[in-house]
Write a protein of this length. Structure first.
Length: 103
């Protein structure tokens, strides 16, 4: 009677998608709450916009897009950390500086 409800679970990709969805659903609120408490709520936007130049450069150099995006996103995070360590600028201001230069 309810076979239509459980039938998609017969496929491995559906089971994998369900497992990843549960994992993301548990981890993202925890990480998000931590970032809000640390006043780093803009970090997701900064990294998302920082990844875009990495995608363009990787596409131009004909290398894996994931590699270019990863390197560029990590570089954005290091730039934020460097700005915070070299000046008295707060975390949100450092992120806004990095965000405005990447966009």
């Amino acid at each position: 009677m309810l076979d239509w409800l459980t039938e998609p679970l017969n496929f491995e990709f559906m089971r994998n998608a369900l497992a990843v969805g549960l994992l993301v659903g548990i981890l993202c609120p925890i990480v998000g709450s931590y970032l809000i408490v640390q006043r780093m709520a803009l970090l997701g936007d900064v990294i998302a916009h920082g990844v875009l130049p990495g995608l363009a450069i990787a596409n131009f150099l004909k290398i894996e897009l994931v590699f270019g995006a990863f390197v560029s996103g990590v570089f954005s995070s290091f730039v934020i950390a460097w700005i915070r360590s070299q000046s008295r600028v707060k975390a949100d201001a450092a992120m806004a500086l990095t965000f405005s230069n990447k966009a």
